[in-house]
Design a protein around this ligand. Structure first.
Ligand SMILES: Cc1cc2nc3c(=O)[nH]c(=O)nc-3n(C[C@H](O)[C@H](O)[C@H](O)COP(=O)(O)O)c2cc1C
Length: 180
């Protein structure tokens, strides 16, 4: 079964971003093995001196999981007009690798506003050569008003946008497999 690895940029237990990823996991059903990475908060701080062989164990493990995944999704809030530090830290560990090269990738920023953070997310992931398209990126504003405590989406437009994102993500993964 094809694998999708997702990273939530929020480490908050009641995160709206996490709820969105859990909804995608439901939609994945038995079509994909959908895993949400839970090690973001315990990754070591990036330091180029440590980015040698062997890299720290948790970093090597995350790199392997990304490599093994057929698709990769980030769903994150914006913090002070940028990416949350823990997410940026994880991505910094990937700069010396080529693991995102052409990797079918979906990028969601779900935040109060999120515009600057989303721009930066796209820039960072473009720099890492991730394979995303206009259809596999999505900015969800006022997220707390749109996601119910039980994780269901309260806003019809947002649900439609997320469903379109999910369909595009599936196509991207399938096209990539065809290309291989
Ligand atoms: C430290 C901090 C900084 C924030 N900065 C921004 C910001 O610059 N722009 C924005 O849209 N929201 C900002 N927020 C609000 C988040 O978008 C909001 O809390 C969001 O729901 C967090 O996502 P989560 O529910 O997945 O944790 C900030 C929140 C925190 C805790």
């Amino acid at each position: 079964m094809k694998k999708i690895l997702a990273i939530c940029g929020s480490t908050r237990a009641d995160s709206a971003n996490l709820k969105l990823l859990q909804l995608l996991a439901q939609w994945a059903g038995s079509s994909y093995e959908f895993t949400i990475y839970d090690g973001l908060a315990s990754l070591p701080h990036f330091n180029p001196d440590l980015d040698v062989e062997p890299a720290p164990e948790a970093v090597t493990a995350l790199r392997q999981r990304i490599t093994d995944a057929d698709g990769f999704i980030i769903c994150t809030p914006e913090y002070v007009f940028s990416l949350p530090g823990s997410l940026k830290n994880a991505l910094e560990w990937m700069v010396s690798t080529v693991i995102f090269d052409g990797k079918p990738t979906g990028l969601i920023t779900a935040s109060s506003s999120g515009e600057k953070g989303h721009e930066q997310l796209l820039l960072v992931m473009r720099t890492l050569s991730a394979g995303f398209t206009e259809e596999t990126q999505l900015l969800i504003k006022s997220v707390k008003a749109k996601v119910a405590p039980d994780g269901q989406i309260k806003d019809a437009t947002t649900e439609e946008q997320l469903r379109r994102f999910w369909a595009a993500m599936g196509s991207l993964i399938d096209d990539n497999l065809v290309a291989e």
